[in-house]
Design a protein around this ligand. Structure first.
Ligand code: NAG
Ligand code: NAG
Ligand code: NAG
Ligand code: NAG
Ligand code: NAG
Ligand code: NAG
Length: 370
C-alpha cells in the first residue's frame, strides 16, 4: 500500500520514475503469501542448522517447522511451501544441477548462475543447494569449485543473507568416482551437506551381503575424512537417511546374513543398487502387515529384518534407520561440533493421523543434536 501511494505521488512529478516503480510494484504484487513480508529473504543466522529436503506433494504442511532452518525444494516450485518456510524463519533454497559438461567454460558457468539467481528472486527464495553426483577427475573438479565459489559470491550479492550449499558424498575418498576438491568446496560454499547414506554404493571388500545404509562407524570414519582435510566442523551438516534398502537374498545364512545378487556400479560388482530404496513409512507398513519384529545390529547401530516374499519365493532383508539409530548419529554430530544435521528426505513419513506419532518421533530425534 505504502509503495503504491508513493508511486502515485511520484507519478505526478516524474513520469519516468513512475514507470520504473510501477514495474517493481507489479513484481511485488505477485507475492503469493498472506503477508508481503513473507516474500523477504530470511536474514536470521542460525548457530545450528536443521537442513531438510522436500521432494514434492503437500506433506510439508505437517513438517515440524519448530525445528527446520533450511528447506531445499527438490520437487516442483511450491509457493505455499516458500510462504510456510518464511513464516517459520526457515530459508528455502533451490535445487541446483550445474552444467557439468561445460564447467571449464566461464561464460557457461556465469549463464547458469545468472539463471539460478533470476529463478531464486522470482520465487522469493533464499539460496541454492548445488547437487551434482557425477564422477569427475581432479582437473575437472577445479572448475566445479570455481562454479560454487562464483555462485556463492553472486548469490550473496544479489540476495542478502542467502545460503549456498553443496552436497558431498559420505567420505572425501573419491566415492563413486567423485574426486572433488573438498577443502576448496568447503571454502567456496556456506556449508557442505554430507550425504551419509548409500554407503554401500561400492562394496569393495568382503562378501557381497546386505548391510546398513549408513553404518555408524563407516559414517563416522567418512566424515572424519573431511575434518582431517582441515574442513571446519562448523561447515558440515550430517545428512542421514529417512529411507532404507530392501535387498533380495540369493542365500540366507543360519545367522541371518543375506547374500545379495551382484550388481555392477561404476566399476564394482557388488552394490546397494541390488536392493531397492524404501521410505521409512513404507518400511513401517511392511513391518505392520507382515507382523515383523525388527532386530538391532549393534556393529552398524541400525535396525533390520528379514522377511519371505511368498509370490517371489525369496527372502528379503531390509536395512533402515529409525529414531534410535538416528539419535546415535545426531549425538555424534553434536559431539563433533557440526554446524547441523539433516535428512534425505522429509516426505518419507506418513503424516496421516495413523502415522503421526511415528513421524513425530523421527522429527523429535533431531533434538538430540540441539
Ligand atoms: C530482517 O528481516 C526482517 C523481516 O523481513 C526485517 O524486518 C528486518 O529489518 C531485517 N533485519 C536485517 C538486519 O536486515
Ligand atoms: C554446453 O555448452 C554448449 C555450447 O555452448 C551448449 O550447446 C550446451 O547446451 C551446454 N550444455 C550444458 C549442459 O549446459
Ligand atoms: C579428466 O577427464 C577429462 C575429460 O574426461 C580428460 O580430458 C582429462 O585428461 C582427465 N584428466 C586427468 C588428470 O585424468
Ligand atoms: C551386523 O551385520 C553384519 C552383516 O550381516 C555382520 O557381519 C555383523 O556381525 C553384525 N553385527 C552384529 C553385532 O550382529
Ligand atoms: C566383476 O565380475 C566379472 C564377471 O563375473 C569379473 O570378470 C570381474 O573381474 C569383476 N570385477 C571386479 C572389479 O570385481
Ligand atoms: C513380493 O513380490 C511381489 C512381486 O514382485 C510384489 O508385488 C510384492 O509387493 C512383494 N511383497 C512384499 C511384501 O514386498
Amino acid at each position: 500500500m505504502k509503495s503504491s501511494f508513493r508511486c502515485l505521488v511520484l507519478c505526478g512529478v516524474f513520469a519516468t520514475v513512475c514507470l520504473v516503480s510501477a514495474v517493481k510494484i507489479v513484481d511485488k504484487v505477485d507475492c503469493p503469501c498472506s503477508k508481503q513480508s513473507l516474500c523477504q529473504p530470511v536474514n536470521i543466522t542460525y548457530e545450528k542448522e536443521i537442513f531438510v529436503f522436500s521432494v514434492g506433494g503437500k506433506d510439508w504442511a505437517k513438517y515440524d517447522w519448530s525445528l527446520i532452518t533450511t528447506v531445499a525444494m527438490f520437487g516442483d516450485y511450491d509457493p505455499g511451501l516458500m510462504c510456510q518456510a518464511h513464516s517459520a524463519g526457515a530459508r528455502v533454497v533451490l535445487k541446483g544441477l550445474p552444467p557439468v559438461s561445460n564447467l571449464s567454460d566461464p561464460s557457461a558457468r556465469k549463464a547458469w548462475i545468472d539463471q539460478q539467481i533470476a529463478l531464486a528472486q522470482k520465487q522469493y527464495m533464499d539460496g541454492i543447494n548445488i547437487d551434482t553426483e557425477d564422477a569427475l577427475n581432479s582437473s575437472e573438479a577445479v572448475y566445479l569449485t570455481k562454479l560454487v565459489a562464483e555462485a556463492r559470491d553472486a548469490f550473496h550479492k544479489a540476495i542478502p543473507h542467502s545460503q549456498v550449499s553443496f552436497d558431498v558424498a559420505w567420505s572425501p575418498d573419491c566415492i563413486d568416482g567423485r574426486c572433488y576438491d573438498y577443502p576448496g568446496l568447503a571454502k567456496a560454499s556456506d556449508l557442505l551437506f554430507v550425504m551419509s547414506y548409500d554407503e554401500q554404493g561400492q562394496i569393495l571388500e568382503g562378501p557381497c551381503i546386505a548391510k546398513a545404509n549408513s553404518p555408524y562407524k563407516k559414517t563416522a570414519t567418512g566424515v572424519q575424512g573431511f575434518l582431517d582435510m582441515g574442513i571446519p566442523a562448523q561447515k558440515l551438516v550430517l545428512g542421514v537417511p529417512w529411507y532404507g534398502y530392501d535387498y533380495p537374498c540369493v542365500s540366507l545364512s543360519e545367522d541371518g546374513v543375506c547374500t545379495i545378487p551382484f550388481h555392477p556400479y561404476r566399476g564394482v560388482n557388488c552394490s546397494d543398487a541390488a536392493g531397492s530404496q524404501k521410505c521409512y513409512n513404507v518400511i513401517l507398513d511392511l513391518i505392520e502387515t507382515m507382523e515383523i519384529t525388527p532386530s538391532w545390529n549393534d556393529t552398524y547401530k541400525a535396525p533390520y529384518f528379514t522377511y519371505f516374499n511368498e509370490s517371489k519365493q525369496e527372502f528379503h532383508q531390509v536395512w533402515y534407520d529409525n529414531p534410535v539409530s538416528l539419535t546415535y548419529r545426531y549425538k555424534y554430530a553434536k559431539d563433533k561440533g557440526f554446524l547441523g544435521v539433516g535428512m534425505w528426505e522429509a516426505d518419507c513419513l506418513d503424516y496421516s493421523p495413523a502415522g503421526a506419532a511415528a513421524s513425530q518421533a523421527m522429527w523429535n530425534a533431531f533434538n538430540s543434536f540441539l
